[in-house]
Design a protein. Sequence first.
Lengths: 573, 113
Amino acid sequence: MQKPWEQSASDFLPGSRPQGRHYRQALDMAHNRLVIASILFVFILVGIAGRLVFIGVNQDMGEPLFVHDAVHSKFHQGRSDIVDRNGVVLATTVTTSSLYANAKKVLDAEIAAKMLAKALPGYSEKKLFKKLTSNRPFIWLARHLTPKQRDRIMHLGIPGVSFRKDSKRLYPHGRLVSHVVGLTNIDDHGIAGLEKSNEQFLLTEGKELALSLDVRVQHAIRDELQKGIEEFSAAGATAIVMDLENSEILGMVSLPDFNPNKNVKLTDPAYFNKATVGMYEMGSTFKILNTAMILESGKADLSTTYDTSEEIKIGRFSITDYRAKHGIINVAQIFVHSSNKGSIKMALDVGTEGQQEFMRKVGCLSRCNIEIPERGRPLIPRHWREANTMTISYGYGLAISPLHLLNSVASLLGGGCRKEATLLKGGAQDRPCDRVIKADVSSKMRQLLRLVVVKGTSKKADVPGYFIAAKTGTRNMLSKSGQYNKDRVATSFVGIVGESVDKPRYIVVALLEDPKGLKKTFGFTAAGWNVAPIGGRILGRVAPLLGLRPHPDRLNKGFDPFLQTVDFTKNKK
Amino acid sequence: MLNKSTFVTLLALFLLGSLTYAIKQKVIELDGELSQVHRTMAQYQESMHILNAEWAYLTRPSRLQALVEEHTRLHQSQGVALVSYDDVFNPQQSRESYEDNTSGMRLASLKDR
C-alpha cells in the first residue's frame, strides 16, 4: 500500500493526473522548511530559557536592587569640622530642614499662614500670607528649622507646603574664637578667617581641621581682657598666647569681637582683628629688640655704659626719660629702667643699616606667615634715616602688629631661633633653626626681663612661684590730625612664664587701647598700671591650666653674675 | 519515553536551578538588610554629630565659669595648688628646696602642717 507521503497531490484532486516526482519534491521542501522553522523556534526558546537562567543566577545587572537614598546610606557632613587642639568643636555643619511652598497649590493661604505662624513663633503671619499668595511655584517660607519645628509643621498637613534638606554652619563657641575661625556666607563659602583660607581642605578632605588653639586658654585671655576693658574703660584690647616650644598659638583674642552665628557686616569695627591687622607703635616693648640687637652685634655687653644725662634732640624735639635712672648707666640698667636716651645711644652704635637688617631678621618688616587671610603689613619709614633709628630704638616710628611683636620677641627670648606663630596643630613641626641671635644673648634677655618684673615697671605682672619675665610699653596715640595725643595712650605688654630662666614655656603679648587712669592707679595710665596686671593674670591662669608647676627654688638661678652686682635703684632727679 | 540518564539529568538540572535561585534570593535579602544597617548607621552618625556640637555648646568655658561662680564656692586653680610627688611623699626634701625662695612664696598646704 502506498504511504501517504508517497502519494502525490494528483491522487486526491479529481481529474488531475498523478505526478509522483514533483509531489515528492514539494513535500520534501515543505518538510525541510518545517524543520528549519522548528529549529529556529527551538533556538529562540533556548535563548529565552538561557536568558532566564542568566538573570536568575547573575546579581549585578546594572539596575539597583534597592533605592539607595544618597543622604541616608552614608553620612555626608559636607563642610568639615574645625576643632581645637583637644578636639573641641569650634565650627560644624548640621543638616536642617527648610520650609518652602508651592503657592499655586496652597488651598487656603489665610488659614495656612495662621497655622504656620502659630507653629513658628518668630515668623510674621502677614509675611507668610504674602508669600503664600505670591502664586510662585517655589518660595522659601522658613530656613534652617529645628527637628521639633519641622515635626510641628508636618503634623499640620498643609497642602502645598513641603521641606527641603538644608545645611547650616554652626559655631558653638560663638564670639570666643570668631576672629580666628572666621565665618561662612549663606552659600557656605568661607569669607573670613580659617574658614576662608582653608576652603578647599574643608570641602574636600573629609577630615576635621585641628587648630593649635585651646578653648580654655582662649577663654582665660578673653575673660581677663574683658575685665581689663571694663576696669580701665579701654576702647579695645588684644592678646596672644603662644607655646615657645612649638610656636603654636594657644589663644588669640581681639576685642571687640563678633558672633559668627549672626549676620555680620564685614565693615563692622568688631570684625577688625587687632592682633594681626592692627598696626601699632609698641613703645618700650621695642627696647627688647633694641637691646638684643646691641648685645648680638657685640658692640656692647651688659656692663657697657652710656651717659644718659646728656640732652638728645631729634629735630626740634627733646628726648626725655620717664622716671628712669640717670647719669652713666649700663645696658642692664638702661633696659630695666626703660631709658629712652640710653636706647637711642645703643641704636646709634649699631647704626641705621644694622638696625634695619636686625628688624628684617626678626620679621618686623614683612607680613607674618600666619594661616588666616587677615594679615597686615608693618608701617615702615619711607626713608629710614638716623632720626628714625633713634625713635625706633624706643618704639616709635615703626608700627607693627601684636603678632609681629610676638614672633620677634619669641625668637629673641625663646632660644634665638626664628619663630613664626602658627594656628594649626603641628603647623610648625620640623622647622629648622634659622638663628637670629645667639643662645646666650637670648638667655641674657630673659634675665633682663625678669629683672624688669622684680625691680622695674612690671612688678604687677608677677605670679608667685613662677618664673615671670616681662616688659611693658606705653605710647601716645595719634589724633586725627596726626599729632600725638598726650592724654590718650596705648599700652603693651610682653611676658613669658616658665620653670626657670633656662626653661621659658609660654609667651603672651597684650595690648590695651586708650585705658583711663583710676583712683587706684593715682590717675596714671602707664602700662605698668593697667596692661601689666592683665598680662600677669593671663599668665597666672594659663600656666596651671596647662600643667606648668611653680618652682620657687629656681627663680633666681642661672643669672649672669654681673647682674647680681648691679644697682637697679632709681636715683632722684 | 525518557530513559533513566535523561531523567536524572533533567532532575539534577531542575534541582540546581532551584538551589541557585534560592541562594540568590537570600543574597538579595541580606543586601537589603545591609542597606538598612548602613542607613541606621548614617542616622546614628548624624545624631552623634549634632550631639557633639551640642556638647561643645553646653561646655563653653564661659558657661561653665558662670555656673561654677553661681552654684559652687570653687575658685580658679592657682599654680600653688599644683604639687609634685616629692611635695607629698618627701616633704622634708621639698621644704628645703622651697625655703630657699627669695620671692617669699610658700606652699600654703605644706605650711599648715
